[in-house]
Design a protein around this ligand. Structure first.
Ligand code: ZN
Length: 216
C-alpha cells in the first residue's frame, strides 16, 4: 500500500541510496549521478538494485519475495529494469527542463504518460477507518509495482504548485534534482556536504590563486 509520495527530507536517510530530492520521483531520477561528467554513476545496475531502492524509500516491504520471483522469471525482471530506466530518464528529462525554465521534451512526456496510464490502471481507492486513501491493486509477484507510485509521483508534482520549486543541483555535472523548500528559495546544491562543499573549496582555491597572482 502506498501512501502519499511526499516525504520529510531526511526520512530513511540511512541506506545505500542518498535521498535528497524531497519527492519520490526526484529521488528516483537521482539513482543516476554525475550525469554530465565523463564518469556517471549508475545506481540501478540490476533488478535487485531497483528493489533495494524501492525498499529504502518505503514502496516495498517484501523485497525478498520480489527477488525470488525475479530469479524464477529473469527475463521479466530484466524487462522491468529496462522500463524503470526509461521512466527514470524521462522523469529526469522533464524535470531538468522544467527546472531550467524550458518546455518538457515531448518524447519524455510520452514515456511518462505510458507509465502513468499503466499506474492508473492499477490505482484503487481504499476505505480507511477514517475516510479513504489511494492504494494499488498489486499482486505479490508484480515485479513492476514500485514503478506505479513513481509515475504517479511525477504526475502529481508536474500538476502541483510545487513544480516551481524543482531545481537541478548547481554542482559541476551533478544532475541531481530536488525540491527547494527553503523559505527564500535559495537552495542551490543537492547536498551542502558534497556539491556545496566542493564549490566552496573551489572558490577558496580560486581566491588563493588570485591573491597569489596579485601579490606576485
Ligand atoms: Zn549535486
Amino acid at each position: 500500500m502506498i501512501e502519499g509520495t511526499m516525504r520529510p527530507a531526511n526520512s530513511r536517510a540511512h541506506g545505500r541510496f542518498k535521498l535528497v530530492g524531497g519527492v519520490l520521483c526526484l529521488d528516483f531520477a537521482n539513482t543516476r549521478a554525475g550525469r554530465d561528467t565523463d564518469t556517471p554513476t549508475e545506481y540501478l545496475q540490476d533488478y535487485a538494485d531497483l528493489v533495494a531502492w524501492a525498499e529504502q524509500v518505503g514502496l516495498v516491504d517484501d523485497g525478498e519475495l520480489l527477488l525470488a520471483v525475479a530469479r524464477q522469471r529473469p527475463a521479466d525482471a530484466e524487462a522491468v529494469l529496462t522500463r524503470a530506466l526509461a521512466l527514470r530518464e524521462a522523469i529526469y528529462g522533464i524535470f531538468s527542463h522544467v527546472a531550467a525554465g524550458k518546455p518538457a521534451p515531448p518524447a519524455d512526456l510520452d514515456t511518462l504518460n505510458l507509465a502513468v496510464a499503466d499506474a492508473l490502471s492499477r490505482a484503487r481507492v481504499v476505505a480507511q477507518p477514517e475516510g479513504f486513501s489511494w492504494g494499488w491493486a498489486a499482486e505479490p509477484d508484480d515485479l513492476d509495482r514500485m514503478l506505479w507510485p513513481v509515475a504517479r509521483s511525477a504526475a502529481d508534482l508536474l500538476t502541483s504548485d510545487a513544480l516551481s520549486r524543482v531545481r537541478e543541483c548547481a554542482g559541476d555535472g551533478c544532475g541531481w534534482l530536488f525540491l527547494d523548500t527553503s523559505r527564500n528559495r535559495s537552495r542551490r546544491w543537492c547536498d551542502m556536504r558534497d556539491c556545496g562543499n566542493r564549490a566552496k573549496v573551489r572558490r577558496h582555491y580560486q581566491r588563493r590563486r588570485q591573491e597569489r597572482a596579485s601579490t606576485a
